[in-house]
Design a protein around this ligand. Structure first.
Ligand code: ZN
Length: 248
């Protein structure tokens, strides 16, 4: 099996870097590539406000949804309130992990309510800062979420009651098989990174699939999927935490 890719964008919010995102949007329309878009229901994170607000924000999200993009709920307000790294064991901040059930539930209920009111909610979750815990998984089950974009490995796997599609790299790297979620934060991308990613997508446009198609991919060789997940968990955790230590 040749590798497949998903193009994932975090931090979709009214004040995001539209000037950088627009080239990806145009490319996805040109080649009919459905994007995975992590929409912050009620963004109160000042770090995500980098360009003037788009007042037609929800019209734009509805348009993406109508043309087959996957809309994932990216937390609620995107404000980090704990230093909990969650199940994946990376980072040192979270909007949810470490909080009691009732608090996580009320945040995600409010977030879901906004997306439902805007007509764009789908049963897909994207955790801010990749940080969620066992309690988050219980809350997601309660709110009828089915899928999550995160975790190690190169094939979809089950976590709690959810089906997860892994997310390893922010660059288009791969091992020659499996499914890879390329995780992009346009607010922080340089023009060069934008150009390089656009080039890769153009070169491999037939290998880009929707998140919903990725959910149904299974590993052709039993046992390999778990083995790769264990290996990538160990290696990437070390690398990510080393980076974090350097950044601190
Ligand atoms: Zn985020």
């Amino acid at each position: 099996m040749t590798p497949k890719f998903i193009l994932r964008f975090d931090d979709i919010s009214p004040n995001m870097a539209w000037s950088k995102f627009s080239a990806f949007d145009a490319l996805s329309r040109e080649f009919n590539i459905p994007l995975l878009l992590g929409v912050v229901p009620k963004c109160l994170d000042p770090k995500l406000a980098v360009e003037p607000v788009r007042h037609d924000f929800w019209d734009v999200v509805r348009d993406w949804s109508a043309r087959g993009c996957t809309i994932a709920q990216h937390g609620y307000t995107h404000q980090y309130v704990t230093r909990c790294r969650g199940i994946l064991g990376v980072g040192n901040k979270s909007e949810l992990a470490g909080l009691p059930y009732e608090e996580q539930l009320s945040k995600l209920v409010e977030g879901k309510k906004i997306l439902v009111q805007q007509g764009v909610w789908q049963p897909v979750f994207m955790a801010p800062a990749h940080s969620f815990d066992e309690v988050t998984l219980q809350v997601l089950k309660e709110l009828n979420f089915l899928h999550i974009t995160d975790g190690y490995g190169v094939y979809p796997y089950d976590i709690g009651s959810l089906r997860a599609v892994p997310q390893l790299f922010s660059a288009p790297k791969h091992f020659g098989f499996g499914v890879y979620t390329i995780c992009l934060h346009v607010n922080n991308m340089t023009q060069r990174q934008v150009e390089n990613t656009l080039h890769f997508v153009r070169q491999h446009k037939d290998r880009f699939i929707s998140f919903n198609d990725a959910v149904n991919i299974s590993c052709p060789v039993p046992g390999i999927s778990l083995a790769i997940r264990v290996i990538t968990t160990c290696v990437l955790r070390k690398i990510r935490n080393l980076r974090l230590a350097k950044a601190d």
